[in-house]
Write a protein that binds this ligand. Structure first.
Ligand code: KIV
Length: 264
């Protein structure tokens, strides 16, 4: 993070046009501590944990209590970054009051700073109600993984008019930032110029005000084929496999533990 101050929602908003925003996901204490120490501006306790940590094939199964469980661990580890927690499917769909109830539970229990929800125009009343209740909201438009069945898969979203309408409506409703997921780079760049709030892209090109990646993808920890937009900055899957293989060999050959690692 820029400087040693803790990030707040107004400071995060104020980064637009000054410096690009770096955001990653984290779901537990040790990784949250490391990414905070590494200087990210914001951490997303994403509902992607349903796929990355829990092993589901979509984000739909994760429960609000499970999101809270992970967000609590993250909040304990973080001193600087802004922490945003995903509201999981379908906790905010019924009506704005349901969303306030879910988001209030998240903020009260976890001490995180903000919530994220998927949707633009259709979620405007909910974003407005949350903002009026003092709960900062990050919007999420373009590919909305919680609607994967309705959208027919994880595809690039090319309806530029709809993207514009969704992002502008989220801003008007009070969102302090908006995630643009899997949209053409040219559309994301135009939207980023049009909006007053920061855009945070994932699969949305370099023209966004910031970027977010799933930490396990960034670290090469999933060991699976990643989407085109992912850049793995390390091969932790290989490192972990190699380390554990060596450990198994040393246990089996009796070279671990050696005298230095045994008590006299
Ligand atoms: O849950 C998540 O990790 C997300 C990012 C993909 C933006 O919503």
């Amino acid at each position: 993070m820029t400087g040693s101050q803790s990030m707040t929602v107004p400071r995060f908003r104020g980064l637009k046009g000054k410096t690009k925003i770096a955001m990653v996901t984290a779901y537990d204490f040790p990784t949250a501590r490391l990414v905070d120490q590494a200087g990210v501006d914001a951490i997303l306790v994403g509902d992607s944990l349903a796929m990355v940590v829990q092993g589901h094939t979509t984000t739909l199964p994760v429960a609000l209590e499970e999101m809270i469980y992970h967000a609590e661990m993250v909040a304990r580890a973080v001193s600087h970054a802004l922490i945003v927690v995903d509201l999981p499917f379908p906790t905010y769909f019924a009506n704005p009051q349901a969303a306030i109830d879910a988001a209030a539970r998240v903020l009260k229990r976890t001490h995180c700073h903000a919530v994220k929800l998927e949707g633009g125009s259709e979620q405007a009343p909910t974003i407005e109600a949350l903002t009026r209740a003092g709960i900062p909201v990050m919007g999420h438009v373009g590919l909305r993984p919680q609607s994967v069945h309705q959208m027919g898969g994880y595809r690039v979203q090319r309806d530029v008019e709809r993207l514009r309408e969704d992002a502008l409506t989220a801003q008007q409703a009070g969102a302090f930032s908006v995630v643009l997921e899997c949209v053409p780079a040219s559309a994301a760049e135009q939207l980023s110029r049009l909006l007053e709030i920061p855009t945070v892209g994932i699969g949305a090109g370099a023209g966004c005000d910031g970027q977010v990646l799933v930490l396990h993808d960034l670290l090469g920890l999933t060991g699976e084929t990643a989407p085109r937009f992912v850049k793995a900055y390390a091969d932790l899957a290989g490192t972990i496999r190699q380390a554990v293989q060596t450990y198994c060999e040393e246990v089996r050959t009796g070279t671990f533990p050696d005298a230095d690692r045994s008590y006299r």
